[in-house]
Design a protein around this ligand. Structure first.
Ligand code: ADP
Ligand code: MG
Length: 729
């Protein structure tokens, strides 16, 4: 009998690149044409409506109902001119995926006819019956209404035949139930705090935005192989699979020549992205075989997050056209690198300045140092919360596995800036500075070169690294919604800048001169936050020892890491910045625990299914061959000859039996642990039980399956192997 795997491999051999029908044009000619952006607005809106929507986009003001009617009518006209028939509010519930429910524009009228209509009400607000989205106990089912509300700061776009309107999602009682609402609040808090601090340096600054440029890593696999790997389908990762002889050890894949089939796929999803105004610009092979990366030009954070979510969706849909499946899981394959999503983050002013880019003069450099040091201080103060913001069952496989930043939070500054901070620390004392000291100081910070970009050393092992004109949060997982970690980062920096301003103002009220007051507080922060700075190898074991000595946390599992979400300090921080109240944050914590538990539960179930339905039968089928063969030999050979040649086969027969027995026993024991865990009375206890009692079986079961893969006849083995899945032509 031919296994499904062999049939699938035949499909793979016959694949050819699939070209799209992309017009033969430069990107600039079609870029953003499926977005209701500036051009479309100018063309379709009255001047009054255009002004009003511009204002709400720039200042976050509410669009008046009358205007909303006008905008909706114009959006509809624009969308219809492009063949659109439906609309949806597009939002980001805490399940992690984006949500959409498409409604037709048409409305039946008398006489059995219909008209197309899209009212301001439908644009501004919808009331989805959203009782099935995770809410962490915020809504009881009897008051299950939530509503979605238009976010005019992220433009509407067309996907397929549907007009998509980015919205927030909140409960009827006003609590946020999504990623976007707290992100917008955090951006607002950060804007306010940073703009206030900018006043020390430049009165023209009236707005500060956080910028985000993400780098999305992903794997591709042929869909024929994906379709028969139930673990990949249901959990996003391979629960079994013997490492290939050739993995990434030759380092020949990174930045290597892109296979033609893959290049065709990249062209296609980039084209779709560009129609939607997603500025994807970079593409290359990543470290592991069959792993790739794409990155856009950075944007305002809210838009960048929407664009990343949209891109992930586009990548999945376009992959299918190319007979690929895209794997966004943090660790689809054991033994080769997993995938992350670096979040490059910075602050930009309305005056066109990047606040994390040093300037040409001591004055602008003092402004740079202020934002730089405050960010380091914020990370120091809330390292555990940042760690929690990237915690997930998937990312646990990556963090600290010598391929991704460790679970210990630290900040990398580079040699040059470390030196500057060290000098500042020595230079300023708390008393009054002499004019010479002031000059010396200014000289010192004047020496920071205005182009650090090419001078900063790159440290690939740090979870949070300064890279010349931005910080790079490198521990974010590839499937994550960047909104989670970005909300935390914005909020903690906002809180930090508020305290900084308070402290500087209080010194200034005591007649300390402005620059000196700033120096003194910065110095205090430099000393206080020193522990979080680390310039060495984050993958090394020495760092674990050193970090422990410094008292830094090293929390390797999600249930442990999530605790920081509800620490007094975190709750107070979110509340003081007006981002999330106690109830909202506690709900998020419950949801994160629950998601973790469910993921491990699904993995555990599919593992037992595959072992019982696929692995054990294959092992027995091969064992039967061996047994038949041994019997046959016995018939035709003399006893003496038989003894000589049969021992290898007898041993194989025995090994198969032993491994199958182990698998069966462990599967049963694991199922028992699951049952016990399910009866526990809190989300926290359940998550810990799944982590500490259920999950440990994964490794030993995998070990026995992978050993069986190594001895069972290749033609009989039911699962696509690593050596097949990881190589793309
Ligand atoms: P590397 O791999 O060396 O980190 P990449 O070119 O892959 O570099 O990625 C750099 C990322 O940083 C891009 O997404 C880019 O848009 C982003 N970026 C550059 N400047 C800023 C900035 N000021 N704010 C936010 N992101 C930025
Ligand atoms: Mg990077």
């Amino acid at each position: 009998m031919t296994t499904r795997r062999i049939l699938a491999l035949q499909d793979v051999v016959n694949r050819v690149p699939v070209e799209n029908d992309k017009p033969n044009q430069q990107v600039s000619q079609y870029y953003g044409s499926d977005v209701f952006g500036m051009d479309a607005m100018r063309e379709f809106l009255s001047e009054e409506a255009f002004e009003s929507i511009q204002q709400s986009m720039n200042q976050g003001t509410i669009v008046e109902r009358k205007m909303a009617d006008q905008v909706a009518a114009c959006m509809k006209a624009w969308a219809q001119s492009k063949g659109v028939t439906h609309f949806t509010h597009w939002f980001q519930p805490l399940s992690g995926a984006t949500a959409e429910k498409h409604d037709g524009f048409f409305e039946p009228i008398e006489g059995g006819r219909a008209i197309e209509r899209f009212s301001g009400n439908a644009l501004v607000q919808q009331e989805p019956d959203a009782s099935s989205f995770p809410n962490g106990g915020i809504r009881n089912t009897f008051e299950a209404r939530g509503y979605t509300a238009w976010d005019p700061t992220s433009p509407a776009f067309i996907w397929g035949e549907t007009l998509c309107i980015p919205t927030i999602f909140i409960s009827y009682t006003g609590e946020s139930l999504d990623f976007k609402t707290p992100l917008l609040k955090s951006l607002h808090a950060l804007d306010k705090a940073a703009t206030d601090v900018c006043q020390y340096f430049d009165k023209n600054v009236t707005k500060v935005i956080a910028t985000l440029g993400w780098e999305q890593e992903y794997f591709l696999i042929d869909s024929a192989l994906y379709n028969i790997r139930y673990d990949l389908q249901q959990t996003g990762r391979t629960l079994f699979g013997h490492a290939p002889a050739k993995g990434q050890q030759l380092e020949d894949h990174y930045w290597g020549s892109i296979p033609e089939r893959v290049a065709a796929y990249m062209r296609d999803f980039e084209y779709e992205s560009h129609l939607l105004g997603i500025p994807v610009r970079t593409r290359h092979n990543e470290v592991a075989p069959a792993q790739f990366e794409c990155a856009p030009v950075f944007e305002e954070t809210n838009l960048a997050v929407d664009h990343n979510l949209l891109l992930m969706d586009i990548m999945e849909k376009v992959a299918i056209r190319h007979n690929f499946r895209v794997l966004l899981h943090e660790k689809p394959y054991a033994g080769v690198n997993g995938s992350g999503k670096h979040n490059n983050w910075s602050l930009a002013t309305n005056t066109g300045k990047n606040l994390l880019s040093p300037g040409k003069t001591p004055k602008t450099n003092l402004q740079f140092l202020t934002f730089f040091v405050n960010t380091v201080m914020a990370v120091y103060e809330h390292a555990d919360l940042l760690r929690a913001s990237i915690a997930s069952a998937n990312n646990d496989h990556r963090l600290g596995a010598n391929e991704a930043p460790p679970a210990i939070m630290s900040v990398f500054l580079g040699q040059q800036l470390s030196k500057v901070l060290d000098e500042l620390e020595k230079a300023v004392h708390s008393g009054k500075m002499s004019p010479e000291e002031k000059t010396a100081l200014k000289m010192n910070i004047g020496r920071i070169p205005d182009i650090l970009l090419d001078n900063t050393d790159r440290n690939r092992t740090s979870p949070f690294a300064f890279t010349g004109n931005k910080f790079e949060f490198r521990a974010v997982g590839s499937s994550a919604n960047c909104g989670g970690p970005m909300t935390v980062l914005n909020s903690i920096v906002a809180e930090q800048l508020v305290s900084f301003k308070k402290e500087v103002d209080s010194l200034m009220n005591n007649k300390v001169e402005k620059d000196e007051a700033i120096f003194q507080i910065l110095k205090k922060y430099i000393i206080a936050s020193k522990k979080i700075r680390f310039e060495g190898n984050g993958y090394g074991d020495e760092w674990k020892v050193e970090a422990k000595k410094r008292g830094l946390s090293n929390i390797s599992t999600t249930p442990g890491a999530l605790e920081a979400m509800i620490s007094k300090k975190s709750l107070a921080m979110f509340e003081s910045q007006g981002i999330l109240n106690h109830r909202e944050q506690e709900a998020r914590y419950e949801i994160s625990l629950e998601t973790y538990t469910k993921k491990i539960q699904i993995e555990s179930r599919i593992m037992v299914d595959m072992v019982n339905n696929q692995i054990i039968p294959a092992a027995y089928a091969y064992q039967k061959n061996l047994v038949d063969n041994v019997r046959g030999m016995k018939d035709i050979l003399t006893d003496e000859e038989f003894k000589k040649v049969a021992s290898t086969q007898l041993e194989l027969i025995k090994e198969i039996s032993e491994r199958v027995t182990l698998l069966k026993t462990e599967g049963d024991l694991m199922t028992e642990e699951r049952k016990k865990a399910n009866t526990l009375d809190s989300g926290k206890k359940q998550a810990h039980a799944y982590c500490e009692k259920v999950k440990p079986y994964f490794e030993s079961m995998r070990y026995n399956v992978d050993k069986l893969e190594g001895i069972v006849d290749d033609a009989t083995w039911p699962l696509p192997k690593y050596r097949e899945m990881l190589y793309l032509r």
